[in-house]
Design a protein around this ligand. Structure first.
Ligand SMILES: Nc1ncnc2c1ncn2[C@@H]1O[C@H](COP(=O)(O)OP(=O)(O)OP(=O)(O)O)[C@@H](O)[C@H]1O
Length: 273
């Protein structure tokens, strides 16, 4: 037996000093008010996780709640841009203040801390995980619903978010192609292993609506969501179309003007209806 470091997490010996495993969950800032916390995850990048996070935040804000978005996608932050938020977040001895969007949604993201928002974040995993934890522990949130835009995939930053932030549930976002692959399954299994309830599945980019007749064209085939949902015993919360207007609103920093009621059912579920 090697010399004891009193750090049971690095040792498998069963000695008298061994303590029960400790929770890695962190407390939020003592002066913050945070109601429910939902993570938005995807198996891989580019499927519209940030789009769904933003729209969920807007939908809950339209229902009259105080809402925050914690952008945990540290190396690819896209939340501030979607909300048209630029500049640097301010801090004081009391803590770090989230920036606030046009309709009053609170946002914290690495892009709001960098001197230049186009600077790349070239930090290693533990530093990135530390920053995400600080967005939880040091930010003076005041929200009924906090959405965490998780990094894509099931890597170490996602794991760190699951371990340190007490999530009330996660929403899984997937594109039709992704639904038939194993990546969604990995995200589902990660949530199950971390014992975080899955609220349900949002299929993004499900179809295109013909601008002339409104007919839905399922570019990647129809019915995959239902099959995948059944396989994983998950409720389908929404099927969102590919809508050029949505991409344009994101590019213009005006996602709060989006029209569409795709996420109403998801919002009902978050409200516990
Ligand atoms: N339903 C949609 N209709 C039109 N454009 C969309 C839709 N969903 C996403 N997009 C666009 O696709 C791009 C990728 O979306 P988004 O950034 O939300 O993906 P992501 O899964 O968060 O990616 P990453 O994890 O790499 O940050 C963005 O330019 C976004 O505006």
């Amino acid at each position: 037996m090697s010399e004891c470091t009193h750090d049971c997490s690095t040792c498998g010996e069963s000695c008298s000093e061994r303590q029960e495993p400790q929770s890695l969950l962190k407390e939020h800032h003592p002066e913050a008010h945070i109601g429910k916390v939902f993570g938005v995850v995807s198996g891989k990048g580019g499927v519209g996780k940030s789009m769904v996070t933003s729209q969920l935040a807007v939908t809950m804000r339209r229902r009259g709640y105080q809402v925050g978005v914690l952008d945990a996608d540290v190396t690819g932050p896209s939340i501030p841009k979607a909300f048209g938020i630029h500049g640097q977040a301010m801090g004081s001895e009391a803590g770090l203040y989230p920036m606030v969007s046009k309709t009053g949604i609170q946002v914290m993201s690495t892009n709001l801390l960098l001197p230049n928002e186009t600077d790349p974040v070239i930090w290693r995993g533990p530093v990135i995980s530390g920053v995400v934890q600080q967005f939880w522990t040091d930010v003076l949130w005041n929200c009924d619903y906090l959405f965490v835009d998780m990094p894509p995939g099931t890597g170490d930053v996602s794991l760190s978010v699951f371990q340190s932030i007490p999530l009330d549930g996660i929403v899984i976002v997937a594109s039709p192609q992704e639904l038939v692959s194993m990546v969604v399954e990995k995200a589902v299994k990660m949530a199950e292993m971390m014992e975080v309830p899955i609220v349900g599945l949002v299929e993004n980019m499900s179809y295109v609506a013909c601008p002339d007749c409104g007919k839905k064209i399922y570019l990647f085939g129809q019915g995959k969501t239902a099959q995948a949902a059944e396989r994983h015993h998950l409720p389908v919360l929404a099927e969102m179309p590919i809508d050029p207007a949505l991409a344009a609103l994101t590019d213009a920093g005006d996602i709060e003007s989006f029209q569409g009621s795709w996420l109403d059912q998801a919002a009902d579920k978050l409200e516990g209806k």
